[in-house]
Design a protein around this ligand. Structure first.
Ligand SMILES: [Ca+2]
Ligand SMILES: [Ca+2]
Ligand SMILES: [Ca+2]
Ligand SMILES: [Ca+2]
Length: 462
């Protein structure tokens, strides 16, 4: 596979596009082309032979064969002259980012709620990858567009709420002895003492968590390595991160748990409920394979390759993001203290200290966060409360939201008194429609000036 000559045409976005006269090339499959140059045909200083790898056939990039454009993805991997920017254009693992515009969309009981899933990819030099690189997506719940192709290192797809919304077959016995597929505040005891069913739990209910849809993005790329000698190539002994086969981690425990595949962590996975993890086979052998122990990437130097310290075979670079398909009905509890030491609280007496704090835990039925846009308005007809306005942040972190409420003695307080603190929660209707679900919680605050300040003149008259 030796083309006769080539010519540099443009050099944009860190990627050199080369026109080649290629004869007898089989570009129908992935492989490698080594190109030697007649320097008289280039407009650049002489440079050493280039090596190209066709990563995937029939993408947008390609080269000219006897004047005819042939699709194929071409990558420069050899160092050329300093005048040319050198870039592999192939994503590497540590520069493959996946995010969601809305992390807590809601949509557990409504179809059609959406979030945009964004990929940002760069190569081993943290330059944008080649335009037209295909990124593939899988989702646990709801629906996702299957792929997008990058422009400038970026591409996006839409995730949409719809069935499925729970595991296909995985079940467990809940705390009432009934078969269930997800833990809720109605079928699981809160480990914090004194918290009844139906109240947000300040501690985790445990697996399997409801309404958390794992979204996996992946494409062929390179392992990341530390270029200790700065030559732009992987050399024997340089530190790298070895990648196992990719998978959709449905229970987010970082381990492949599907018991039907050889090589899974079952039954000793970090957490239960990962039975429906979905493998992305790189080696088609009906087994989940760990890394091969050597660096994989086209930056594998010839010397290291000859020593079997690396391979130019690509692997799947991957990243996962979780979208909360949260339920729309709010549940809550008012507590003293937080976490496992929290205690359900009703009234607050701030006579001694002039102020106090209550912790408002707010969740959906799965004890997870409510959708982005949920508002919390706190008012009192007697005490001063802060903050008066709060909102559920853009987050798919585990567990309920926590809002501290500070209650302070009223300004110009009479000798004593009391009143309600009201907490009104509104979960907006999906899609920006008006309405939604509003629920209110309340507790009483009371204050006796003479407990804290017996010398105040208001306390002297009787
Ligand atoms: Ca190196
Ligand atoms: Ca490897
Ligand atoms: Ca797992
Ligand atoms: Ca495999």
């Amino acid at each position: 596979m030796t083309p006769e000559s080539g010519q540099v045409l443009t050099n944009e976005s860190g990627v050199a596009l080369i026109e080649l006269d290629v004869e007898g090339q089989d570009i129908g499959s992935t492989g490698e082309i080594v190109v030697t140059y007649d320097t008289a045909s280039t407009n650049q200083a002489p440079f050493s032979p280039l090596r190209f790898t066709i990563v995937e056939p029939a993408l947008q990039l390609g080269y000219f064969n006897n004047g005819q454009f042939v699709p194929g993805s071409l990558e420069i991997v050899a160092t050329v002259s300093d005048e040319l920017v050198v870039s592999t254009g192939i994503p590497d693992q540590d520069s493959f980012s996946v995010s969601a515009t809305v992390l807590n969309t809601g949509g557990d009981s409504v179809d059609g709620v959406t979030s945009t899933i964004n990929v940002k990819a760069a190569d081993s030099f943290n330059n944008p990858i080649l335009d037209g690189t295909a990124i593939t997506f899988k989702t646990e719940y709801g629906r996702i567009e299957g792929s997008c192709t990058t422009v400038g290192g970026d591409c996006s797809v839409n995730w949409t709420s719809q069935d499925p919304r729970k595991p296909l077959a995985y079940t467990f016995l809940d705390d009432d002895g009934n078969v269930a597929s997800l833990r809720t505040i109605f079928n699981t005891d809160c480990s914090v003492p004194g918290v009844p069913r139906g109240v947000s739990c300040p501690a985790s209910l445990g697996q399997p968590y409801g309404a958390r849809s794992s979204i996996l993005a992946y494409t062929l790329g390179q392992e990341s390595y530390n270029d200790a000698n700065g030559n732009g190539l992987y050399d024997t002994g340089e530190v790298f991160v070895d990648l196992p086969e990719a998978f959709l981690d449905t229970n987010e425990d970082g381990a492949f748990g599907n018991p039907n595949e050889v090589g899974s962590c079952h039954p000793d996975c970090p957490e239960v409920a990962g039975d429906e993890d979905i493998p992305v086979p790189l080696i088609e052998n009906d087994a989940y394979d760990q890394g091969n122990g050597i660096y994989n990437g086209i930056l594998c130097s010839d010397t290291a390759e000859a020593a079997a310290a690396c391979s130019k075979e690509l692997v799947h670079v991957r990243q996962q993001v979780t979208v909360l398909v949260a339920g729309e009905t709010p549940y809550a509890g008012i507590f003293e203290g937080v976490g496992i030491s929290a205690r359900l609280s009703s009234d607050i007496d701030i006579s001694r200290s002039d102020s106090g704090t209550r912790y408002f835990y707010l969740s959906d039925v799965y004890n997870g966060r409510l959708p982005l846009g949920t508002t919390i308005k706190t008012k009192s007809d007697y005490c001063v409360v802060e903050p008066e306005d709060n909102a559920v942040a853009n987050s798919s972190a585990f567990g309920p939201s926590l809002f501290p409420i500070t209650v302070t003695a009223p300004d110009n307080a009479e000798r004593n008194g009391s009143g309600f603190v009201r907490i009104e929660v509104n979960v907006p209707a999906p899609g920006g429609n008006t309405g939604g679900i509003t629920k209110t919680w309340r507790f009483r605050c009371s204050y006796d000036l003479c407990v804290n300040s017996p010398d105040d003149e208001k306390c002297q008259d009787s």
